[in-house]
Design a protein around this ligand. Structure first.
Ligand SMILES: Cc1cc2nc3c(=O)[nH]c(=O)nc-3n(C[C@H](O)[C@H](O)[C@H](O)COP(=O)(O)OP(=O)(O)OC[C@H]3O[C@@H](n4cnc5c(N)ncnc54)[C@H](O)[C@@H]3O)c2cc1C
Length: 410
């Protein structure tokens, strides 16, 4: 399989989780690898910017400690990564109600038994359902999430105030047309571990992978124009020669580079960040919107990881989905501020609006839910659109395509 005059054994296009994980697998097997990305930083859809001392993730996201692929990354330690509470606070009518996992937070058990949004039957059914679900990876169910949930025998308040808003926020999908297998997978993973934030922003995960791969094996700021089985042509005209090319880009970029997979619709949303002198609440907890209005989820990342905000300040993130995410900055910020004011009072009007991140193409909506990679004309294509849309799906795709390359070189 080897050729003369090559630049390296394997070129990986894309320095997101898929590409970096593939590169790590390959380099650990003793093969030489070069990862290319058009961005000036690694991470792809997991990026963080520092703005005025605040760490702003490009779209609110969390890392679930139960993801099996995290444990399969050689040399990755999650030291100092901190969790949100297991559960959520729900805005329902004129008050906030906590729905907490009593297995992790027994101090909430009494309140849970008297909760206005869940009956004892809901509690038992919900945790029985989580325990029974064996899924470490999702299977396609060919059923919409919304239909799966309607089939479960929960009370209306639990379904409408907690379960549906939670899944809409996680799947970034207000219609919940996403395959039910993804909903089951995310519920299982949230129930089996913690939702974590690294100290320095969500980009820390790909950055740590990049360190393990070795910075000298990563070239940033290079747009790949064309690929074939053994060549990669860059926008600047340079050509790299190798024995194997892996295209580990998002689905839209992969289609432009010859992927056999049709492009597909995506779900996504907008995240608005605000800076405040004091947080609206002090616990590390996600707040779900159990009623109407633009807000989907409120979080205070600095309650989990203080370094998300400068000393003496708090960072508040607001996730917005659907039609609201398509409105202009001015009207969206005004609508969100109005609802925040109803929730947290006039004090919220003092919060400084920091930045808005729109990510309409966050999650591929019709992933193949397969092995995570495919081959066309000698090129290997890998990504979350071939496995399933999550960090775990991207890491699995990268590991699996890496293993396939190593097997081919053996
Ligand atoms: C707002 C948001 C919230 C999310 N929330 C969660 C969550 O809470 N939990 C979870 O598990 N997952 C979440 N995800 C999904 C998760 O982030 C992705 O599934 C994962 O990061 C995808 O990684 P990837 O490497 O497959 O693709 P990408 O991260 O898209 O990486 C592809 C890379 O290819 C590069 N590239 C593309 N074309 C070219 C080219 N021609 N030349 C050079 N480089 C190129 C891009 O610059 C990019 O860096 C979220 C995603 C977003 C956006």
């Amino acid at each position: 399989m080897r050729t003369e005059m090559k630049d390296c054994d394997v070129v990986v296009v894309g320095a997101g989780l898929t590409g970096l994980r593939a590169a790590l697998e390959i380099t650990n097997a003793g093969l030489s690898v070069m990862v290319l990305d058009r961005n000036d930083q690694v991470g792809g859809r997991m990026r963080t910017s520092t703005v005025g001392g605040f760490q702003l993730d490009h779209g609110f996201q969390v890392i679930l400690s139960a993801y099996p692929e995290l444990r399969r990354i050689p040399g990755l330690a999650l030291t100092h990564w901190r969790p949100f509470f297991s559960g959520a606070r729900v805005k329902a009518g004129d008050r906030f109600v906590d729905f907490m996992d009593p297995r992790r937070h027994p101090e909430f058990l009494f309140a849970m038994l008297r909760s206005p949004i869940c009956s004892i039957g809901d509690l038992i059914r919900f945790f029985f359902l989580l325990a029974r679900s064996p899924r470490a990876t999702p299977n396609r169910e060919d059923q919409a999430t919304v239909d799966l949930i309607q089939g479960w025998r929960f009370t209306d308040p639990f379904r409408e105030k907690f379960l549906l808003p939670f899944l809409r926020g996680v799947l970034l999908d207000p219609t919940l047309r996403a395959d039910a297998g993804m909903a089951r997978f995310y519920l299982k993973m949230f129930g089996a571990g913690d939702a974590l934030l690294p100290p320095f922003g969500i980009q820390e995960l790909p950055q740590r992978l990049a360190t393990l791969v070795g910075q000298s094996h990563i070239r940033l700021g290079v747009q790949v124009k064309q690929i074939s089985a053994r060549h990669v042509v860059l926008e600047n005209g340079e050509t790299l020669h190798c024995d194997q090319v892996i295209c580990a880009t998002d689905t839209l970029s992969a289609a432009a580079l010859g992927s056999p997979e049709q492009t597909m619709p995506h779900s996504g949303g907008s995240t608005l960040y605000f800076g405040a002198q004091n947080p609206p609440y002090s616990e590390p907890i996600l707040v779900l919107n159990g009623e109407g209005g633009p807000i989907s989820i409120v979080a205070v990342p600095s309650n989990v990881q203080p370094k998300y905000a400068p000393v003496g300040r708090s960072l508040i993130s607001v996730l917005v989905l659907g039609e609201y995410a398509r409105t202009s900055d001015e009207s969206l910020v005004a609508a969100v501020r109005k609802q925040l004011c109803e929730w947290y009072g006039d004090y919220s009007l003092e919060w400084e609006f920091l930045q808005r991140f729109d990510v309409p193409n966050a999650l591929p909506s019709r992933p193949r839910m397969g092995v995570g990679w495919t081959e066309r004309a000698g090129i290997l294509y890998a990504g979350d659109y071939l496995s399933y849309p999550s960090q775990n799906g991207a890491l699995a795709a990268g590991r699996q395509v890496g293993e396939a390359v190593i097997a081919a070189f053996a």
